[in-house]
Each structure stands twice: as structure tokens, then as C-alpha cells.
Design a protein around this ligand. Sequence first.
Ligand code: EPU
Length: 416
Amino acid sequence: MIKGGVPLRGEVTISGAKNAVLPIMAATLLTDEPCVIRRVPKLSDVEFMGQILTSLGARVGFDGDRLRVQAKKIQGVGDYDLIRKMRGSICIMGPLLGRLRKATVSLPGGCIIGARPIDLHLKGFEALGAKISIEGGYVHAKARRLAGADLFLGGRAGCTVLGTANVMMAAVLAEGVTIIESAACEPEVVDLANFLNSMGARVQGAGSPTMTITGVKKLHGAEHEVIPDRIEAATYAIAAAATNGEVTLLGARADHLHAVLDKLREAGVKVERNGSALTVRRNGRLKPVDITTLPYAGFPTDVQAQMMVLMALTQGISIITERIFEARFMHVSELARLGADIAIEGPSAIVKGGKPLSGAPVMASDLRASAALVIAGLAAHGTTEVKRVYHLDRGYENIDGKLRQLGARIQRAEES
Ligand code: EPU
């Protein structure tokens, strides 16, 4: 329940990145030695990945934002229902294949943001020598021997983040050299590569479209601190601008946020960097900006919904084009309930901004759409009720607590 109209003010600490920690947790399966991961965000997706690792035989212990995993003896068959629930769990496949030379996981279904195939992941595993079959809803990958290969991982929408992570995690224990062309360049892929290298892997070129992985025989335990969540940082930055407030993001990495900060500045938002803190402030009237989502370093699809809210509050017309996930406009019909004027034309949303938003009951559909609805509720007059907030808890640590700390009037309520 959100009572809108209060400008957000103050400081908020950015948590560890969900999309970095999930593959890093999966990577702990590559060694029988203990691994320690720090700055682990308290999220339901992380808890869930912990359950998956446990179901494979690993010992998993959380201690505040520290996580210890030891996968001494593991088995290669993932629990059907556990894995099916969370798309990110597909990234256990690479480590299982790398370490055990076999992996069986349930096929992740489509999801609310569009079809999410894994053909590129499987293409990569096959190039390394795995035989793939699909039976009874499971994908089976098996290899007598994994051998380095040259492979191209580009797809219809560009590169694949988890596909790159998955193939990289299988290749670190393959024989010989693997070259991935059209690799994803996201900071989360770089964070994973850094963790793998600290375990003794030999990964070069992470963060560029060509990655070279020289296989090693064995990996050892390691300790790693996860990068701050650039999507969480962007979400609070947009919330500050949308509510006409001023928020300092502690620990945000400006170097991971170029595209978002560039668009915010183009729209007239003031962003100042002070060491590892970023202060975001609305600077008078905003201007509409056009946005196209692209793989990194382009504008992230995971910030498209939140930016749409800012544009709905900005006088004028902006065009927001989604190039990564074709159906990621579920928030549009919910934003209309608050009075936003947005029309969808193919892959683009045409936002006629500037109409004041007024609170309404709305339904969250996916993680980032939920964040957008919260921002809209914070900026709207009156009360907004966002249902199905469990979507938010998948990817935003303590979002209601952090927003209250910034002055927002937001409370959790049991659904009646
Ligand atoms: N694709 C294929 N074949 C594949 C894999 C992907 O065609 O085998 C297509 C997808 O359908 C999509 C595009 O490639 O059109 C990009 O998908 P990608 O594989 O990069 O997405 P992902 O790795 O499954 C991660 C994040 C998403 C984020 C995307 C894009 C995690 C756990 N998930 O998904 O995060 O939107 O990259 O940046 O890392 C979120 O946090 O809310 C979220 C959805």
C-alpha cells in the first residue's frame, strides 16, 4: 500500500546484484572445496538458488550477507519443480556438465516477459562435445569428454547473458581452448569470470564480445564479493526523479550505469558522482526522451518499465522500444489504471506523458514491472495498492524498508 506524492530524500545502500550472484552461486558447484560469497542480497531468488544447490548435495549456509557453499559430493539431476520455478536456475547446467560431464535439468518454460528459449545454451554445450536430448520435460546433457571449441553465441536479440555464463562455466573444465564470439558483455558476466578466475580458471576477455577460456583440470575454493546491483541503483535513481526528490545511492557503480545515467541526464535529471556514491536530483521540468533497450552497454531491458513511468510523468511524447524481450510491456495496462496514456505499436510503447497519475489498485506481473508500479504509486496522488508483491522480493532487497528510509509512505499488507 503506497500513499504517493512524497518526494524521496536521503541515502540508500545498493545491495549485491541478483543477476551476478545467481550464476556465481551456481559456479560453486565446480569445486569440492568451500567457497565464500560476500555482499549476497537477501532475495527470494537467492534463497531459492540455495535450495537448488542443497538439493544437488551441496552444503549451503547463509550468515547475514555472507554465503558459504561447499559442494563436496554432488549429483547431476536437478529437482524438476524447484528448477522449473526460476528461470535463472538454468545456469546450474554449465557447472554440472563441467564437473560431472552430465547434467539433467527441467526445461524452463516461457515466462511472462516473453518466450525464453535456451537453444543458444544448448548449442554451446554441443560445441563442447555434449550430447543433448529432451525427455519428459527434462534436458539431458552428457559428454564423455568436453573439448574446447570456437563458437558463436549470437541470437535473434543479440547475445545471451545466462547462455554466455553457462557455456563459460562448462568450458573452464574442458580440455583445451574455447573461444566464445558474440559473448554477452554485461558486468554480471565479468563478475562471474572474476570469480571463476579466483577459483583457478583461465578466462580472458570477459566484458568484450570475444572471450577466451583455457580449460584447467580442477578448480579450488575462493572468496568473492558480488558487484552492486546496477538495476536496483537505476530503479532508486528513477524513483528519486519521479517523485521530485533527491537520493544518494551508496555503493552504486556509475561505470555500470552509463546508458541509464545518460538518458536521465538527457531528460534533465541531475546526477552527481562522489566517489562510490551517486546523487540523483530532479532539476526542474523534465524532457521526454526516446529509449531502445539493447544488450550491454546499451539501455537495459530491466530498466525499461521504470523509465516508462518517468516518461509518463514528463510532458510530451516519448517512444520506448523493447528489443530484448518481445512481451515485456505487461506494466502498460496497469499503468493505464493510474491514468498513464501509453499505446503499444509493435515493439514500441508510445508514451504521451504529463498527465498527473492518481493511485489505483494494480497487479504486479514480473519483477521489473512491479518496480515500475511502485515508482508510479510513489509519484501518484492518493493510494496505490500493488498486488502480488512477491515478485518484488525476488529481486529487490527490503524494498519497502529502503523506501521508508527515504520518506516514502509504503506498507506491506496481507491480501484480504
Ligand atoms: N535467447 C535466445 N536463445 C537462448 C537464450 C536467449 O533466443 O538460448 C534470447 C532471449 O529470448 C532474449 C535474448 O536472447 O530475447 C536475451 O536473453 P538472455 O539470454 O540474455 O536473458 P537471460 O540470460 O535469460 C538475463 C537476466 C534477465 C535480463 C536478461 C537481459 C538473469 C538471472 N536474468 O536473462 O533479468 O533481463 O539477462 O539482460 O541474469 C530480471 O532481472 O528482471 C531479468 C529478467
